[in-house]
Design a protein around this ligand. Structure first.
Ligand SMILES: [Zn+2]
Length: 158
């Protein structure tokens, strides 16, 4: 694992109380699934940003190398603090990881456009791309329609 992916990110609940410390991949998964916002603190105060805003911020305000991950087409700033939208409870019961079960969990709903599709119109999508270490597991795989899946390939390219 590249050393930069070993950074730790503080996770706050809606009351801004720390609830967890997570790794970079988990943090980006939370951010890019819309479960959490990224918080950037500077002398003017706190800015709370969505994934899209965070990507723009990363481009507009290039982060120091030690605080970034480089994908094939963007240098993404690693957030130091995330703010959860709702408490992200991960069920501890072991459920077999499979395409069908991911569709089931997501109710056959594309996690990018929010529309429902039949199985054959859906794909599994890596929220954090594989080329920077995104895993194939419950946390990093979501249901995506074919259209969003191909469009999302460009998302990491600004
Ligand atoms: Zn879609």
């Amino acid at each position: 694992m590249p050393p930069r992916l070993e950074q730790r990110v503080l996770v706050l609940n809606r009351l801004w109380q720390p609830v967890n410390i997570v790794g970079v991949l988990r943090a980006m998964s939370l951010l890019f699934r819309g479960r959490a916002s990224a918080i950037h603190a500077d002398p003017s105060g706190h800015r709370v940003m969505s994934a899209e805003e965070w990507m723009r911020f990363s481009v507009d305000t290039p982060p120091p190398a030690a605080e970034s991950v480089r994908t094939t087409c963007i240098v993404l700033r690693v957030p130091r603090v995330l703010l959860l939208g709702e408490y992200d409870r991960v069920p501890r019961r072991e459920i077999r990881f499979s395409r069908r079960n991911v569709y089931l969990r997501d109710a056959n709903t594309c996690q990018y456009c929010g529309r429902q599709f039949r199985d054959e119109e859906l794909n599994l999508d890596h929220v954090v791309p594989r080329d920077i270490g995104g895993k194939t597991n419950w946390e990093n795989i979501v249901t995506a329609c074919v259209r969003c899946n191909s469009r999302k390939a460009n998302r990491w390219c600004g």
